[in-house]
Design a protein. Structure first.
Length: 203
């Protein structure tokens, strides 16, 4: 296995050959060792994985919910497009499909990406955040339309690839009604996929 730090994050790839690519998005805490481990585990399974570093550095996050509400979704999606393009052009991927996955905040951005990025073959989002109206992303002062023009649920008519959402039905940050709305939106988009809901599981 080959691993390296590049401008966009942490890259892990099998030693030889060409393989499908996976763009992996961390949760609110950034590119911590867990997401490097996930990348190497997926690479061991035959994928070239770019675990994206959305922050560049290691910011001090005291209030995760406020931090996420303040992020610029437009800028992050541009970062994710550049990372997807870098991964797709990598010699170990070139010509193979590229999918996207993420966890919590990263799962939400994976869903956003599936609705707005070009060149994605599939999306697998683990307990992604989907709504500005409910849950942890709800801002009582209202979302900044320049930074948060629309949430995932509003973006689903633009879904461009098969998409799977994975949730627990006791998730304390993503209301079950929002998960059901995501499921319906994926079905209406007609690209394939759906939602897997684990009974009794939290976030």
């Amino acid at each position: 296995m080959r691993t390296e730090d590049i401008a966009e994050g942490f890259l892990a790839a099998p030693d030889e050959g060409k393989h499908p690519g996976i763009e992996l998005i961390h949760d609110v805490w950034g590119l911590v060792p867990l997401y490097r481990e996930f990348a190497t585990r997926l690479a061991a399974g035959g994928f070239v994985v770019l675990s994206v570093n959305l922050y560049g550095g290691e910011p001090k996050i005291e209030d995760p919910a406020r931090w996420m509400r303040g992020l610029d979704d437009v800028a992050i999606l541009a970062t994710l497009q550049r990372a997807r393009d870098r991964l797709a052009a990598h010699p170990a991927v070139a010509g193979k499909p590229v999918g996207i996955t993420g966890f919590c905040m990263g799962g939400g951005y994976a869903l956003h990406a599936a609705c707005s990025l070009s060149g994605l073959a599939a999306c697998d989002a683990f307990y992604g955040l989907v709504s500005h109206a409910h849950g942890i992303l709800h801002d009582p002062d209202g979302a900044d339309p320049a930074r948060k023009p629309r949430d995932v649920l509003a973006s689903l008519p633009s879904l461009a690839c098969p998409t799977l959402g994975i949730y627990g039905d006791q998730d304390e940050f993503v209301p079950l009604d929002d998960v059901r709305a995501l499921e319906s939106g994926i079905a209406r988009a007609g690209k394939g996929g759906g939602v897997v809901l684990y009974p009794g599981a939290g976030h």
